[in-house]
Design a protein around this ligand. Structure first.
Ligand code: 2BA
Length: 106
């Protein structure tokens, strides 16, 4: 068994969860925050049999869209300099697949 952990945009999380649920797959949504932009994003965790991992990734790929976003200007402490905003491309999704040693429901 594998745990698919996908960091997605908040805007895409509803559609991704719906698509997974419609295919009979369970998913849990965690509120998370990106370290670079320091804005909210969503981490979805989905435990699946090994042979379904690519299927899950395909669903996330289909429902997750990338978007361009600007960073906030950052004040550097002790410095009169504010780092100017830069444009970055966020998503569609950042996905980690990890081995599950044990899966129990009691
Ligand atoms: P953030 O850390 O807020 O990053 C948002 C976007 O900013 C990133 O999009 C990337 O385009 C850019 N970015 C991130 N770090 C950067 C840096 N040091 N210098 C320049 N640009 C940078 P994505 O790559 O699509 O990542 C979206 C979110 O996925 C990230 O939000 C973070 O929450 C998560 N993430 C991405 N890679 C990760 C990793 N290796 N480990 C853990 N979380 C990750």
């Amino acid at each position: 068994m594998k745990l698919v952990m996908a960091i997605v945009k908040d805007d895409d999380s509803f559609n991704i969860m719906n698509a997974l649920n419609l295919k009979g797959l369970s998913v849990t949504k965690l509120a998370s925050t990106g370290g670079f932009l320091k804005v909210g994003n969503t981490t979805l965790i989905c435990g699946v049999d090994d042979e379904k991992v690519d299927y899950v990734i395909d669903i996330i790929k289909k429902e997750g869209h990338s978007k361009k976003q600007f960073t906030n200007g950052v004040n550097i402490p002790g410095d009169n300099y504010t780092q100017p905003p830069i444009e970055v491309t966020v998503g569609g999704a950042t996905i980690f697949v990890v081995d599950v040693d044990k899966f129990v429901k009691v």
